[in-house]
Design a protein around this ligand. Structure first.
Ligand SMILES: Cc1cc2nc3c(=O)[nH]c(=O)nc-3n(C[C@H](O)[C@H](O)[C@H](O)COP(=O)(O)OP(=O)(O)OC[C@H]3O[C@@H](n4cnc5c(N)ncnc54)[C@H](O)[C@@H]3O)c2cc1C
Length: 473
């Protein structure tokens, strides 16, 4: 099979890979470097979040905070106003429109450097370090092979894991999150269990309730908590000082949450809204996360993350209205419960055994299908995508101890099994959560993509001065 060579190969052309390519094109202007972006779909920038053609799926961040470029906050709003002048910074527009915007941003950047950018439709299966540690071989599923001096992993989210073991019979009843085609094939009266009550679950619910005939839908999660709504016309969060009420390290999760609740109460007493407190905290969350010990981080993930997520990751006001209207139809119920077991009944239905929260006795529920919306899996292990497993086996990748993705240093370089940064191997995307916690949405990811590109460009410029040995972390 043919082998090609490229200076930088980016694996994944969603938001993170596309933004990294744009910034790299700018940061390396004037250099004869080639940038190759490999993505399974030909449309770039869309990824999992922005590929839908359904205008009912709207962004959960107001347009004024969705610019691809942090230093030009009005960039996305201006793009929208070119289509509809009534759109303003507080508007919540469709994810489809955002995908179109990202495509245009890439197109503009590539037009200035067409000879240096190559998009390849395909899937990367393996990335191996060359024996002299001065580059990588990148194997695509198609059989094509690239030699690249630098590889940026930007593969986005992994699919949610199913909370129970599935056999061949039960697996046939389970639909993956965002598999809207399979949801479309369900019979109009099929009763559905959605596992999860977060944003992914709300996406599935909206899709499953599009047709005229209402069906019974149960949304199940351990706490049964739904995302809170944004306010109408919210302003982008102001960047302020580190909130003094939180105190300094060493920090304990219980103390932090108590202080946060007290601040919310104090703010409410003076006529404020709890969202302002969270918005002010947002730019400082990485500092807080990094100050926590591993034990405290695990404590947060075990006890508090469900509450944090529904307040931090909010729904657009019109999505919240739609959700409330559906809940009032009596056709949609939210069940706080734990899934215990399931088996196929004779009637071609699934019988689900569950234990409602706070109750001893188990209940059963009969459904025709399950949609697995437990949230994207961040864990890297035997069930991760093949490329992650191979990188672990080659000792080029170390999973994070909290199960939130992979370990990188402060320059976005992967940490290998020996505890050193792997020269030339970079990461950007939602698994930055392991290091920064607040890292999965556009307002943070756009900054990470830019910083990675600048770091990589700096290394390329100083290439000859790079040490031959692996760098210390
Ligand atoms: C449904 C949804 C809605 C969201 N809405 C918002 C929002 O409104 N506002 C906000 O700020 N954030 C939102 N987010 C957060 C979102 O994580 C980021 O905005 C961003 O899309 C993440 O980009 P990414 O490039 O890291 O991942 P993705 O956009 O998922 O892109 C990863 C790409 O890599 C490709 N890929 C994977 N493996 C390989 C491989 N082996 N070889 C080649 N290519 C590969 C995938 O096919 C995909 O195209 C949303 C997320 C989701 C999932």
């Amino acid at each position: 099979m043919p082998t090609h060579s490229t200076s930088i190969l980016i694996v994944g052309g969603g938001f993170s890979g596309t933004l990294t390519a744009i910034h790299l094109l700018h940061a390396t202007a004037g250099q004869s470097l080639s940038i190759t972006l490999v993505n399974p779909a030909s449309a770039l920038g869309r990824g999992l979040a922005y590929r839908s053609n359904d205008d009912n799926q709207i962004l959960n961040v107001p347009a004024g905070n969705m610019s691809a470029f942090a230093e030009t906050p009005s960039h996305f709003v201006e793009f929208c106003q070119g289509i509809d002048p009534s759109i303003n910074p507080g508007s919540f527009v469709s994810r489809r429109l955002y995908g179109r915007y990202l495509e245009q941003c890439l197109h503009t950047a590539v037009s200035a450097h067409p000879e240096r950018f190559h998009a390849v439709e395909g899937e990367v299966d393996e990335v191996h370090a060359l024996p002299a540690k001065d580059g990588f071989t990148v194997n695509l599923a198609s059989g094509h092979c690239f030699i690249a001096a630098h590889v940026v992993l930007a593969m986005g989210h992994q699919l949610p894991r199913f909370p129970l073991a599935l056999d061949e019979k039960t697996r046939a009843f389970v639909i993956d999150a965002w598999d809207f085609d399979s949801m479309n094939r369900l019979a109009p009266d099929a009763s559905v269990l959605i596992i999860g009550t977060g944003h992914t679950a709300v996406d599935a619910l909206f899709h499953l309730t599009q047709q005229a005939q209402p069906r019974m839908i149960t949304m199940l999660s351990r706490h049964g908590l739904l995302p809170q709504p944004h306010r109408l016309n919210p302003n982008p969060p102001p960047v302020g000082q580190y909130p003094e009420y939180l105190g300094e390290a060493p920090l304990r999760m219980r103390t932090l949450l108590r202080r946060l609740r007290q601040e919310v109460a104090r703010h409410a007493d003076s006529g404020g809204d709890w969202r302002d407190v969270l918005n002010q905290l947002r730019p400082h969350t990485p500092r807080l996360w990094q100050a926590l010990s591993l034990v405290e981080r695990r404590r947060f993930l075990r006890h508090a993350v469900a509450f944090w997520d529904v307040h931090r990751h909010r729904l657009a006001p019109q999505a919240a209205d739609r959700l409330n209207a559906l809940l009032q139809t009596q056709k949609v119920q939210v069940l706080p419960a734990r899934l215990l077991a399931m088996h196929v009944c004779a009637a071609g239905e699934l019988s689900i055994e569950l234990r409602p929260r706070g109750q001893q006795a188990a209940q059963t529920l009969a459904v025709t299908a399950i949609v697995n919306c437990t949230g994207p899996s961040m864990a890297i292990g035997p069930r991760s995508q093949r490329l992650f497993q191979q990188l672990v086996a080659d000792q080029l990748l170390t999973p994070s101890p909290c199960g939130l993705g992979l370990q990188i240093n402060d320059r976005y370089q992967l940490i290998g099994a020996q505890g050193h940064a792997v020269k030339g191997l970079w990461y950007v995307g939602p698994m930055l959560k392991a290091r920064h916690w607040e890292a999965i949405a556009v307002p943070e990811l756009r900054v990470h993509a830019q910083q990675l590109a600048q770091e990589l460009a700096k290394q390329l410029a100083a290439c000859s001065a790079l040490p031959a040995q692996p760098e210390s972390v």
